[in-house]
Design a protein around this ligand. Structure first.
Ligand code: BTN
Length: 239
């Protein structure tokens, strides 16, 4: 597909959303910086120069309920691309990529759907590649890292994006040919959430227990004192 490159945008997800219907599957929107990068739960995503801020348009023939699968799939691709650099990346439910216990990447999947049919999916991926952690806001600094901070040198972002897009395409093709189970299996093995004691903060309550699995709908299974809970959405704190 096409790669649409911008110096500065509000949000690559918003640009991709506008282009979605008229673009081919596989179109990529990428920008050097975002003025209004968006994160989960309506949050702001700091996107200074040096990072990789991109959105990929996919047109899968599945029902909207499958949208969380694309977040998991993208997480697997990002973790593999980072591991390809010799850096131990892991996945934290539902959509963070960590190095150690610090976040290096966030994923925001959005979709355009009607009548139970997906028109297109936008997978927004933000990776702190050559980002100076000092440039992030104070509240993020202690919980964030970048690939350049870990490696002690700047990385070749073009080579990294190529490896990432290749990994994403591999996973996408695999999800179609071998089914989503094989991706789920890989997500579990790359995950630092599964097997951990967690607190999951949901709008209603905090669920404390041991994360024991993830379902094909992307929900987290937590073993609590009261029994097994299936959690659809929330923020996960690793114990
Ligand atoms: C999160 O809160 O962890 C998700 C962050 C997602 C950030 C990426 S950067 C590229 C794309 N465009 C956006 O506005 N957000 C996503």
């Amino acid at each position: 597909g096409d790669i649409r490159y911008f110096d500065e945008v509000d949000s690559t997800n918003d640009v991709a959303k506008k282009m979605g219907s008229s673009s081919d599957e596989g179109t990529v929107v990428i920008a050097e910086m975002q003025d209004s990068g968006r994160g989960r739960k309506g949050g702001h995503w700091m996107s200074p120069r040096g990072g990789v801020w991109m959105s990929v348009i996919l047109k899968p023939n599945v029902v909207p309920a499958y949208a969380p699968r694309f977040t998991l799939m993208a997480g697997v691709a990002v973790a593999k691309a980072i591991r390809g650099l010799g850096v131990e990346a892991s996945l934290k439910w539902p959509n963070d990529v960590l190095i150690g216990d610090k976040k290096v990447c966030g994923i925001l999947t959005e979709m355009d759907a009607e009548c139970d049919q997906i028109n297109f999916v936008i997978i927004g991926i933000g990776i702190n590649v050559n980002v100076l952690i000092e440039e992030l806001s104070e509240d993020l600094r202690s919980s964030s890292t970048s690939l350049s901070e870990i490696k002690g040198e700047e990385l070749d972002r073009i080579a990294f994006v190529q490896a990432l897009l290749r990994a994403l395409e591999d996973e996408y093709i695999r999800s179609k040919t071998s089914g989503f189970d094989s991706i789920l299996e890989e997500w579990r093995s790359l995950s630092s959430t599964i097997g951990r004691d967690v607190d999951v903060v949901t709008p209603q309550r905090i669920i404390r227990g041991k994360a024991v699995g993830i379902t094909e709908n992307g929900t987290l299974l937590v073993e609590t004192a009261e029994g097994l809970e299936e959690i659809v959405a929330g923020s996960c704190i690793h114990g």
